[in-house]
Design a protein. Structure first.
Length: 283
């Protein structure tokens, strides 16, 4: 078991006084048999009334409502977790899914349908051609080997670039540019996996990078694929490997653009500047 402390600070400075609308916060890691929360603290200034709920995909969402105007909004979270996912390859794939291609069970197909929606035809054609550089149709291959191969291909053939601007590049944009951020790589992987007929979803969270644990970092993104027998398994094309103990998931979605850590609005004529700092350290 590993213990991590994650500090996530977000500050909005406005050029004039504004009224704040409701803000949705996705900052609490997803608990399960692999991850347990030891402590969690959320501090918001100006004072806010906070309501928690679980959304349709099981993410812990905090909704902050404000009653006073301000020129500065500070949202700080600090969490200590216990991470047990130290052997990510320690799972058994159902016999019928060991080799690709395979078909999900009928009941699973219904539940997984939102995670299998295909991209548009132009993107499908592009991605099918791109996939052929890693795997040729009808070549015998194990499901995990194929998925790991796509993960490594993105890591080895595209250039990682941190992007501060919001949003996610389309798969076409990422391949045309030959570069992207972690969220862009995650979406490219997701779309390719869907073209193979498999279920995939976007994950936002944090990554523990030992050499950078004392420096200001940022959130991280990767993708998960539903593998019968193994469940949802994470693949991180930014590092070219399966997700392990250093990955701390916070939110999942079938849509890559729908799980920012903080989203909200304000009313007024001011402009806003946002500063974000993330620190992930072993403890």
């Amino acid at each position: 078991m590993k213990r991590y402390k994650i500090i996530h600070r977000t500050y909005y400075n406005y050029t004039d006084t504004v009224s704040l609308g409701a803000h949705h916060l996705l900052l609490r890691p997803r608990e399960g048999y692999e991850l347990r929360i030891e402590s969690f603290a959320l501090n918001i200034l100006p004072a806010a009334q906070v309501f928690w709920h679980s959304d349709v995909e099981g993410n812990a969402v905090a909704i902050a409502n404000f009653s006073e105007s301000t020129q500065r909004l500070a949202i700080e979270s600090e969490v200590v977790i216990q991470q047990y996912n130290e052997s990510p390859l320690d799972f058994i794939v159902a016999n019928y899914a060991i080799n690709y291609p395979f078909s999900y069970d009928e009941a699973d197909q219904f539940l997984l349908s939102p995670y299998r929606v295909l991209p548009d035809q132009e993107t499908r054609e592009l991605l099918n051609h791109w996939i052929s550089s890693t795997w040729h149709a009808n070549d015998p291959v194990q499901t995990y080997t194929l998925l790991q191969g796509l993960t490594q291909t993105i890591n080895q053939t595209l250039i990682y670039k941190a992007r501060e601007e919001p949003g996610v590049q389309s798969a076409q944009e990422t391949l045309a540019l030959g570069s992207g951020s972690c969220r862009d790589f995650a979406l490219l992987f997701m779309e390719a996996v869907k073209c193979l007929g498999l279920a995939s979803r976007f994950v936002s969270g944090y990554l523990y990078a030992p050499l950078m644990s004392s420096q200001v970092g940022s959130t991280h993104a990767w993708a998960e694929v539903y593998i019968p027998g193994g469940g949802w398994k994470g693949f991180d094309p930014t590092i070219g490997d399966i997700v392990g103990a250093d990955h701390i998931p916070v939110a999942v979605s079938h849509r890559a653009e729908s799980v920012p850590p903080i989203s909200g609005s304000f009313a007024g004529s001011a402009t806003a500047k946002m500063d974000v700092g993330v620190w992930v350290s072993e403890c």
